[in-house]
Design a protein around this ligand. Structure first.
Ligand SMILES: Nc1ncnc2c1ncn2[C@@H]1O[C@H](COP(=O)(O)OP(=O)(O)O)[C@@H](O)[C@H]1O
Ligand SMILES: N[C@@H](CCC(=O)OP(=O)(O)O)C(=O)O
Length: 373
């Protein structure tokens, strides 16, 4: 099953973490990058298309700037990313150049992917680069991001890129042999899990954060990424990128690292984008009855099931739908603004026009725009 999942993947996203790319002194590990380039070149020869999501800009740049530990302020981090990103690209260019491959830099913010037009543009650019045989190297545009438009970590970004590029496999390279039943740095008896059929709450409880000064998110964000990829119908392989030849071993069918299987029922690309790429701008609290029909019967959300609305948003915005216990059950695009929903909540759909004087439709969120979480 493992070999089949890997071999049949024509388009692969490979995420390389800061911990993999840097040495003890926090500079870029040039030998390691050369080794990875050789392995990726072999994957290309075997007919795979490869997109790299690479971290390491901040780590590489802070050494250049002589900053010890994590950069203390956001402008410091952004300055480190600016200097480190060009260093990173030069290193990839040289490493892949030895195998006759060209690389292309793509820097993204969450805003770029949340806007459907820019999302489709980014997809077309990626397709074009791949059709020219180029290896795209993607990172977050750290120099300009502020909290509101941040992916936050590259694990998350790599899952969104997997959906963007309609890739068939996500590979996460990190500094540990895979996913363990508890953080091996804290528990020496932790056991490596080779196969995760689905990321459940229990799986999530085993994941800890990052102990390093360069990594962001640790295992928590990696599991979240694997879960998002699974929802696109894509498996995720997590292996130790510090081990020379690890990709070759994995693709030869050896049981290395952790394989996360895709969900049996995957979301279509657009619904995945609604659930994971858009940032919700408010909440709609529904009653028990509405929660049950949304979750079990895949129905649209009607005004009669809404009890409260929180936040300010326009028609077309992405919002969270929560049950009476405030736990999020779904996410979707609204057909009415928060102000309109406040006026029609609790009413039957037939009354919308009388209350507002106009009507866009019977639903607050149509089922085509609604994703059950
Ligand atoms: N259950 C777990 N299994 C494996 N690693 C874990 C677990 N919980 C926490 N970790 C930590 O996650 C770290 C990898 O994440 P991180 O430091 O963010 O690296 P990267 O730069 O690759 O993103 C590991 O070094 C490990 O200490
Ligand atoms: N965009 C940042 C990386 C942030 C990040 O998620 O790092 P990591 O957890 O090491 O993948 C950089 O290039 O330094």
């Amino acid at each position: 099953m493992r070999t089949e999942n890997l071999k049949k993947a024509k388009r692969i996203v490979i995420k390389i973490g800061s911990r993999v790319l840097t040495c003890e002194d926090n500079g870029l590990d040039l030998d390691l990058i050369d080794g990875l380039a050789a392995e990726v070149a072999t994957l290309r020869e075997d007919g795979h298309e490869v997109i790299i999501v690479s971290s390491g800009a901040v780590a590489a740049g802070r050494r250049e700037l002589g900053i010890e530990g994590r950069p203390r302020s956001i402008p410091q981090k952004q300055a480190a990313a600016a200097i480190g990103q060009s260093h990173l690209m030069r290193t990839y260019e040289e490493a892949f150049g030895r195998f006759g491959h060209k690389v292309a830099q793509i820097l993204l913010t969450r805003d770029d992917l949340a806007n459907r037009l820019r999302f489709l543009n980014a997809r077309a650019t990626l397709d074009t680069l791949l059709s020219f045989g180029v290896i795209p190297v993607i990172n977050e545009n750290d120099t300009v991001v502020v909290d509101e438009i941040k992916f936050g970590d590259n694990d998350n970004l790599s899952a969104l890129v997997t959906n963007l590029a309609e890739a068939h496999l996500l590979v996460i390279l990190t500094d540990i042999d895979g996913f363990y039943d508890s953080d091996p740095r804290a528990n020496p008896d932790a056991r490596l899990i080779h196969l995760v059929k689905s990321v459940t709450r229990e799986t999530e409880r085993a994941a800890g954060g990052s102990a390093s000064t360069v990594g962001t998110g640790g295992m928590v964000t990696k599991l979240a990424a694997a879960k998002k990829a699974a929802q696109s119908g894509v498996p995720t392989l997590m292996v130790n990128g510090k081990v020379p030849g690890i990709l070759t071993e994995a693709f030869a069918g050896r049981e290395v690292g952790t394989l996360f299987l895709p969900a049996r029922e995957s979301l279509n690309r657009r619904k995945h984008w609604i659930a994971h790429t858009l940032k919700p701008s408010g909440r709609i609290i529904v009653d028990d009855g509405a929660r049950a029909v949304l979750a079990r019967q895949g129905k649209s959300l009607l005004p009669s099931g809404v009890v409260r609305v929180e936040g300010e948003f326009d028609r077309g915005a992405c919002v969270r739908v929560c049950g009476p216990d405030e736990i999020e059950v779904a996410r979707g695009l609204v057909d009415y603004s928060h102000a309109e929903i406040e006026r029609i909540l609790g009413h039957r759909s037939g009354e919308i026009e009388t209350i507002l004087g106009y009507k866009y439709g019977d639903e607050i969120i149509h089922r085509d725009n609604l994703v059950i979480l």
